[in-house]
Design a protein around this ligand. Structure first.
Ligand code: CO
Length: 159
């Protein structure tokens, strides 16, 4: 496997990823490698810029199947609230509780370039919001309550 995890505070995690415009075999291969890396790392989601790819796409595991979301967009404003403890493969050992929308409706493309729409709730909704933040160059600690963020940074020896 050629893809490797990038760890916080790598600058690749703080840059927005451009949209995918070419759906070819090379993209297929990248998606496949992202899926393998996510599974090997025991994650439930992985954004492209977490493994050195500067493209607006992520993979997510749900009920034993891994799906790819390419050029994802919210179809409607995320609704409701839920609090779930989140971690990130780019920051092992840190868990923070973040307030997220309880339901999201997202439109994205699969690796063949076909558009699909999903309505997600619970942990899947959290995962989608977390990964879409990655693609905008935002890191999950930025969404954490200030005290938790400070504790995490201290633990990491940062700022
Ligand atoms: Co993450």
């Amino acid at each position: 496997m050629s893809l490797k995890l990038v760890h916080y505070p790598d600058p690749a995690l703080l840059e927005a990823c451009p949209e995918v415009t070419v759906f070819d075999e090379a993209l297929d291969k990248e998606i496949e490698e992202m899926q393998s890396l996510m599974i090997a790392s025991k994650g439930i989601g992985l954004a492209a810029n977490q493994c050195g790819l500067n493209k607006a796409m992520f993979v997510m595991s749900s009920k034993g199947t891994v799906y790819e979301f390419i050029n994802p967009k919210f179809v409607s404003t995320p609704a409701g609230h839920q609090l779930i403890e989140e971690g990130c493969l780019s920051l092992p050992g840190v868990l923070v509780t973040i307030e997220r929308a309880a339901e999201v409706v997202v439109e994205a493309k699969n690796k063949r370039g076909e558009t699909f729409e999903v309505v997600a709730t619970g942990l899947e909704a959290v995962c989608i919001q977390h990964e879409m933040e990655h693609l905008r160059g935002k890191f999950f600690l930025d969404s954490a309550p200030r005290q938790q963020r400070r504790a995490a940074m201290k633990k990491l020896g940062l700022k």
